[in-house]
Design a protein around this ligand. Structure first.
Ligand SMILES: [Zn+2]
Length: 449
């Protein structure tokens, strides 16, 4: 009988890490970073709580650091197996690690705590990478196997079907929003499942519809132009940035907003957008594939890329109205920090929050209405307009999660992970209404199927 031990994302959204032990194989699903007030929390520095040498293979659902940020540690701790993920995930993972090391180096200046790992460590891990395709059967022993399915969350993201000791387990990874603008919609579950490990990031929330989302976004941009202000968009480099670029491209093309200076001020997001351009086969329909051939979804009049610090400094000199897209999405590191410090104290400006803000992050504090916020060791007044659009989230809301779960023929057990406690409790209650029982595992807890 397979057993699963939960080593992260238990009643919180970061640190996803699950160890599955079967009779013939042991696999690790995800190996994520614990994040919060600081980019990397102190507990990431502890040795991984299991013998890495005993793990045969690692399966990675998607590239986000809360699912992959501790992976470079495992080789130093004795792992020698394979790391399976889709090709875009492997490429994105490298880009995200490189950026993470830079952010941790900046934290080192502030806190004196060394980065969690070096570029050399990430290079060592790369040797174990093995690219997979959606739907491909990956043998893990004579009888056990894994299959990656499109989860519709970010480019290359998967939910993983794992058949161990004859039992079928599904690890949701992160499930995407309904009708994602660029990538394809989440695949259904179809068959009977013995255990579903399900994310609950937005288990207690409903997003705006795509139409409401576009309208809100358009209103925000138009208002910024009227006020001759600056619109700051802290964006996650993967998916959200590309969706925002795509949306702005459409609005300018349709004449809804005039071409204006729009800065993509994130070396990481610029690199990630390049990776998107390499994988049009992951985009959601033929029209877009066609459009991709003729035009560039992610380029349009007014857009300026500022990969270097020198180019980034020019942004300050450009008069408003203007739009600045920069990372990190939770406002706990990256170039957005300097822009927040400069633009938050002015009521003509707008801060548009489009992604999940984890507890204790500056982003969450601003979202919760705090009037002063601590940024780069300074107290900064929040006088700019703050607007949040949940519909840009790459995460399913409650309705989408329920409809995805309902695509399974039958489910034996459900374990809720990757969510705040209140989200899990509310989602668990919703599942009960649908005659499904869910448990909320604790950190280090093991369940047997
Ligand atoms: Zn994710």
């Amino acid at each position: 009988m397979p057993s699963i031990t939960f080593y992260g994302a238990t009643t919180e959204v970061t640190g996803s890490c699950y160890l599955v032990r079967g009779e013939r194989t042991t696999v690790l699903v995800d190996c994520g970073l614990f994040q919060g007030e600081r980019f990397a929390r102190a507990r990431n520095y502890e040795a991984l709580p299991f013998g890495c040498g005993a793990i045969d293979n690692v399966l990675i659902t998607h590239a986000h650091l809360d699912h992959t940020g501790r992976l470079p540690k495992i080789c130093a701790e004795g792992f020698t197996g394979k790391i399976f993920a889709t090709s875009p995930t492997l490429e994105l993972m490298n880009a995200l690690w490189e950026d993470a090391i830079e952010i941790m180096e900046i934290e080192y200046q502030e806190t004196g705590r060394l980065p969690l790992y070096s570029a050399a460590a990430t290079k060592r891990v790369e040797k174990f990478f093995q690219g997979v395709e959606y739907g491909q059967k990956i043998p893990l022993s004579e009888t056990d196997y894994a299959i990656f399915h499109n989860s519709g969350h970010i480019l290359g993201a998967a939910f993983i079907e794992l058949v161990i000791d004859g039992k079928k387990l599904i690890f949701s990874g992160d499930i995407g929003n309904e009708h994602p603008p660029i990538i394809r919609e989440t695949e259904p579950l179809r068959e009977a499942i013995d255990l579903l490990v399900c994310e609950t990031t937005y288990g207690n929330r409903l997003h705006e519809t795509p139409q409401q989302r576009s309208q809100l976004f358009e209103d925000t941009v138009v208002q910024t132009i009227k006020q001759r202000g600056t619109l700051l968009i802290p964006a996650f480099a993967v998916e959200r940035t590309q969706e925002i670029l795509y949306e702005l491209h459409n609005m300018i093309k349709a004449g809804m907003i005039p071409a204006m200076p729009i800065f993509l001020d994130s070396p990481l997001a610029i690199k990630v957008t390049e990776i998107f351009r390499k994988y049009p086969e992951f985009f959601n329909n033929d029209d877009w594939l066609q459009q991709k051939k003729d035009h560039d979804l992610f380029d349009f009049p007014g857009l300026r890329l500022t990969p270097t610090r020198q180019k980034s400094r020019v942004i300050n000199k450009i008069p408003s109205p203007k739009i600045i897209i920069a990372g990190s999405g939770m406002m706990n590191g990256g170039r957005i920090m300097y822009h927040l410090e400069r633009y938050l104290p002015d009521p003509r400006n707008t801060l548009l929050i489009i992604g999940y803000q984890a507890a204790h992050t500056p982003g969450r504090k601003i979202l919760d209405g705090q009037k002063w916020v601590e940024l780069l060791n300074k107290s900064v007044p929040v006088k700019a307009r703050v607007i949040a659009i949940g519909g840009f989230s790459a995460h399913a809301d409650q309705k989408k999660l329920l409809s995805w779960i309902s695509t399974a023929k039958e489910i034996g057990q459900i374990c809720l992970v990757h969510g705040d406690a209140e989200s899990m409790l509310e989602f668990g209650a919703k599942l009960k209404e649908h005659k499904l029982e869910a448990t909320i595992p604790k950190y280090g807890e093991t369940i047997t199927i």
